[in-house]
Write a protein that binds this ligand. Sequence first.
Ligand code: PHE
Ligand code: NA
Length: 446
Amino acid sequence: MYETRERWSSRRAFILAVTGAAVGLGNIWRFPYMTGENGGGAFLLLYIAFVLLLGLPVMMAEIMIGRAGRRSPSQSLAVLARQAGSSEQWRWLGLFGALTVFCILSFYSVVSGWSIEYLIAAINGNFAGQGPAEVGAFFEGFLADPLRMTFNHTLFLLMTMTVVAAGVSKGLERLNNLMMPLLYLLLVVLASYAATTDGFAPALRWLFTPDPSAISVGVVLNAMGHAFFTLAVGACALMAYGAYMPDHQSLPRAAGAVAVLDVLVALLAGIAIFSVVFAQGIDPAEGPGLMFVTLPIVFAELPWGSLWLGLFFLLLLLATWTSSINLAEPMVAGLQGLGLRRSRATALIAVSIWLVGILSVLSFSHLEAVHIVAGMNFFELVSSVPSEIFLPIGGLLIAVFAAWVMPREMALRALDAGPVGFRVWQGVVRWVSIPLTALVLMSGLI
Ligand code: PHE
Ligand code: NA
């Protein structure tokens, strides 16, 4: 079995890679519309609690398995299980993760393609001086054009797979180094500008005063799913990156940094977007279009607005690029583990994702009213169930493996946080993360 020698070039490079995987559509596109649909402050509070109690400890569990196994997720699980005297059937967890990332990437690529459309439109000055009605009409028009959307989806997938085919650790480092600081800078500028507008105070009130009556089982389930989604945890995707983690690096510190950076992006984006929502009287529960019908309006008000807007979508595109590379990696590593050449594996995954992605594209026109289950069309299905159900199930099993199955010595070394740090991590995963995830999942499914 193939054990990887590839390593990230430094501790910083590892943190950047994981942050690149974490920060993406989840923060800037999904977080705002989920918060809007799930009652604002209550959702935000639950999401942050889940990030701390589940997302962060399970992220460490996931990376530990990859780091100890140094193979593709399935093979790492199988090899470690054998060493622990447990069943090699654990390898199926890697396969389940591959199924999850497959579903996610198929719509992720389509929505990332929307950013390409907006990037081009912004540079052309299409949004200059436009208000909510025109921006909304632009979005509607784009959704109704499956050919354009397919073109962008294709382009984005090609971008992703080019990097994946080359092996992720090289191309990605340079990209992350450049992009992350710029993205923060721009978000801070946006949020500061939002602070000068009328919508700012109501936005803050709405985001930061939780209304307990807004909490339902569905909201709790959504918040948990989003915590996993935004941190990229539960699909064995970070496990694949853990395999390249250098030997001497404390995992809790790295994971903590990633979580802080990730939540920060979501908060800044949320403040900017909801300020526009309240200033313009847009419905917070507008749905997946929320970001695309609000941000062009703020930028249109700024001097050099088209340029800023173009820069914003460029950075968003780079952020989703690094996430989708992470989404593709476990599938490609898995096929490679089965003996396929990396380039072949990448091509195979690319074509399958492309085809399934077309169903998401058509969900905004021809297949809009074709309901697969529970009144959801294809896009609604793939953009919710894998994130809200599959990720928590995967995360739960990952946590059980790392905290109950892996031998203590092995886990201790993989966490690299000393005996006390290890005991805290193990206690939290065993007695908080695992029971809590199981409880929420069960009440959600009933
Ligand atoms: N965390 C990414 C985002 O927020 C999405 C993702 C989910 C990436 C699962 C990898 C695995 O956009
Ligand atoms: Na994220």
